[in-house]
Design a protein around this ligand. Structure first.
Ligand SMILES: *Cc1c(COP(=O)(O)O)cnc(C)c1O
Length: 373
């Protein structure tokens, strides 16, 4: 990918993919959309936020104001790479707590944490924990209001790692993207619902202005002048080419049909779990093909035991606790990807039922199971 002197076509394909995604994400024609391929959403998020930090610092410097205390406002539902950004790039992370009954961002809580040092607000389109969507349109309205009251314009970065390849096909009328005035940058993983093998991700900026010029490297690499905005040098162009191939080969219609199939299978699974006496899905009618579910009382909290039982059948279903202040809730999660068929889910449901028999014995760690008791 890096040597576009030797492989000029890869640069052209990358450019085309960026512009196809820009169309999917409704980049306004009057702006000069720009972007890059990355190794995945992690690199894309690091680079997107770094651009926001630099742009904020440049504005502060221009006004003669201090620029040494940048902060970033996010919900507790963000992926761990957001913390990585804060630590590696010296930005204070202002994380909103979840609640025992709310696992996405609360816009009021976000607004309370914004000040003149806020470089951006992060919002997730399909969280790692539950697959739910942050209230993005409401956040945008609140930031528009803040701007009209104070003159401060706070950008939104959308983490569309999964959702970026789902929503444009599953719910094209739902405006979460560049249709919203404050959404300045978006990342998406090509290797999740983009249907490419790892690793490829994408980062898009609404406008060239959102990417400070000093971050763009103009290198004379082995003879040709190139512009790059990445952390890596050498990387495999195969995945960029595969992304291009998929977009052309499947088209909007192909992606829509695959994503609708994934979602209808996910809704089948969520519906079955909603009807069970032991389990309850976080969302019985998920908007994305991600099903998070938990045990009902009195068994709630024993989800990891179910996960261990399922492993005996070869299923790897993660079980984990939700972020603070919902850390007392543990869930199991199934991501229904393209290759997860309805018969596979029926078999999974059977295995969940068999695995649930362990609930008849006392919980692991309970005094009753201790060999000396
Ligand atoms: C997967 C994921 C990431 C990290 O993306 P990679 O492509 O694995 O680097 C970030 N945010 C969310 C919401 C994710 O689901």
């Amino acid at each position: 990918m890096v040597d576009q002197n030797e492989y000029p076509q890869t640069g052209i394909l990358q450019h085309r993919v960026i512009h196809m995604l820009a169309d999917l994400f409704h980049a306004p024609k009057e702006f000069d959309v720009t972007g890059t391929s990355t190794i995945g959403s992690s690199e894309a998020i690091l680079l997107g936020l770094l651009a926001h930090k630099k742009r904020w610092q440049n504005e502060r410097k221009k006004k003669g104001l201090p620029f040494d205390r940048p902060n970033l406002v996010v919900g507790g539902d963000v992926h761990v790479v957001w913390d990585k950004f804060a630590r590696y790039f010296d930005v204070e992370m202002r994380t909103l707590p979840m609640k025992p009954d709310r696992f996405i961002m609360d816009v009021g809580e976000a607004l309370r944490r914004i000040d003149e040092n806020t470089i951006a607000v992060g919002a997730v389109l399909g969280t790692t924990f539950t697959g739910q969507i942050d209230p993005i349109p409401e956040l945008n309205r609140a930031l528009e209001h803040l701007e009209s009251e104070t003159g401060q314009s706070v950008p939104i970065h959308i983490d569309g790692a999964s959702g970026g390849f789902l929503l444009p096909f599953l719910d094209p009328d739902f405006a979460w993207d560049f249709r919203l005035s404050h959404v300045r940058s978006i990342n998406v993983s090509g290797h999740k619902f983009g249907l490419v093998y790892p690793g490829v991700g994408w980062l898009l900026f609404r406008d060239r202005q959102d990417l400070p010029d000093e971050l763009v490297f103009r290198v004379n690499y082995l003879g040709a002048e190139e512009e790059t905005y990445t952390l890596n040098f050498s990387s495999n162009a195969a995945f960029v080419i595969a992304q291009y191939y998929n977009l052309l080969r499947l088209g909007k219609e192909g992606y829509r049909s695959i994503m609708e199939n994934c979602r209808s299978n996910a809704r089948f699974l969520a519906g079955k779990l909603a009807g069970s006496s032991l389990f309850t899905p976080i969302d019985a009618h998920p908007s994305l093909p991600i099903v998070a579910f938990r045990l009902k009382p009195p068994h709630a909290g024993r989800e990891t035991e179910i996960a261990s039982e399922l492993r005996k059948f070869g299923w790897i279903v993660p079980a984990y606790t939700l972020p603070p202040d919902a850390q007392d809730i543990s869930v199991l999660r199934v991501v229904v990807r393209e290759q997860v068929s309805r018969p596979m889910l029926e078999q999974l449901l059977d295995h969940i039922e068999v695995s649930s028999r362990i609930l008849l014995s006392p919980p692991v760690g309970h005094p009753g199971t201790h060999p000396l008791c």
